[in-house]
Design a protein around this ligand. Structure first.
Ligand SMILES: C[S@@+](CC[C@H](N)C(=O)[O-])C[C@H]1O[C@@H](n2cnc3c(N)ncnc32)[C@H](O)[C@@H]1O
Length: 252
C-alpha cells in the first residue's frame, strides 16, 4: 500500500498539477454543506486541501481552519495562496490514514473533490473514515465527495472494460497491477494527472461509514444538490459526483 501512496504523493507533487489546483473558491454545494452543518467559527480540518481551493474561502468565513495534505508542494502552494489572500490558517503535511491530531479536535472534517479515492484500497478508505471519526468531536460532521462505479456518464464504458479485464485476469490468475475492483494505476513515466485512484460504489461508502459509527445525514449528487433537487433512488447512478455528510453521533 505504501508504494501506491508514494505514487499518489509523487503525482500530486508535480508543479503542473499543483498549479492546476491553485484556484480558490467553494462549489455552491460545498458552501451549503459546510455552512449548514458546521457551527460558525468552529475548528475544521480540510484534509487533502491541495493548493487551498477550499481552505482559503473557509478561513474567510471565519472558521479556524487547518489545511492538511499528503503532498508537501500542495501545502506550500496553499500557504503562499493564503498569504496572498490575507487569511489565517494552520498547515500540515499528513496522511489521512494516520492523522497527527488528538481525539475530538475538530467540529468538521472536509475531504473534498474526491480526494478519498486517491487513498489506496478499500481498507485505506476505511482507515481515513476511522481517523476522521476519531478527530471529530461528538456531533461533528465529515463532508466528502466521490465518483461512483455505477454512474451513467461518458466514463461508464471505460469502467466496464476495466472491470471485465480485471475479472478476466483474476480468473486466469494472470499478473495485474490492480488488486481491487475500481483501481486505476497509470505508469508514472507518463504524464497523467492521476497515477492511482480507485472508484468504488457509493453503497460501499455507506457501508464503511456505518461500520465506522457514522450516521449519513445527507447524501445526494452534486448536480441535484446544486439544482435544488432532493436525493432520489437514482442518485447512485447520476453522472455527477456524490456528496456525503456524515455525523459522529453526539451521544457516545
Ligand atoms: C483531487 S486533489 C483535490 C485538492 C483540493 N481538495 C481541491 O479541491 O482543490 C486531492 C488531494 O488529496 C491529496 N491526498 C491524496 N491522498 C491523501 C492522503 N492519504 N492524505 C491526505 N491527502 C491526500 C492529494 O495530495 C491532493 O492534493
Amino acid at each position: 500500500m505504501s508504494v501506491l501512496k508514494d505514487l499518489v504523493r509523487l503525482g500530486y507533487s508535480r508543479s503542473w498539477v499543483v498549479d492546476k489546483y491553485a484556484t480558490v473558491g467553494l462549489w455552491p454545494s460545498e458552501d451549503w454543506a459546510c455552512t449548514t452543518f458546521w457551527p460558525a467559527g468552529s475548528r475544521i480540518l480540510d484534509l487533502g486541501c491541495g493548493a487551498g481551493r477550499t481552505t482559503i474561502p473557509l478561513a474567510q468565513k471565519a472558521y479556524q481552519i487547518t489545511g492538511a495534505d499528503l503532498a508537501l508542494p500542495m501545502v506550500h502552494k496553499a500557504y503562499q495562496q493564503a498569504k496572498t489572500w490575507h487569511v489565517n490558517a494552520t498547515w500540515a503535511v499528513v496522511d489521512g490514514t494516520d492523522l497527527p491530531f488528538s481525539e475530538g479536535s475538530f467540529a468538521g472534517v472536509l475531504f473534498s473533490y474526491n480526494g478519498i479515492e486517491l487513498v489506496p484500497r478499500t481498507e485505506g478508505k476505511s482507515r481515513v473514515l476511522s481517523e476522521a471519526w476519531r478527530v471529530l468531536k461528538p456531533g461533528g460532521h465529515l463532508i466528502f465527495t466521490t465518483h461512483a462505479l455505477e454512474a451513467f456518464n461518458q466514463y461508464l464504458p471505460i469502467r466496464l472494460r476495466r472491470l471485465v479485464r480485471f475479472l478476466y485476469l483474476r480468473a486466469r490468475r494472470k499478473p495485474m497491477p490492480e488488486m481491487e475492483v475500481g483501481e486505476v494505476i497509470h505508469d508514472s513515466r507518463k504524464n497523467f494527472e492521476v497515477y492511482y485512484m480507485q472508484i468504488i460504489s457509493p453503497r460501499t461508502y455507506r457501508k464503511l461509514l456505518a461500520q465506522t459509527g457514522f450516521e449519513l445525514v445527507y447524501y445526494n449528487s452534486r448536480q441535484r444538490l446544486e439544482s435544488g433537487k432532493s436525493p432520489s433512488w437514482y442518485t447512485d447512478f447520476d453522472a455527477d459526483f456524490k456528496f456525503y455528510v456524515a455525523q459522529k453521533p453526539a451521544l457516545q
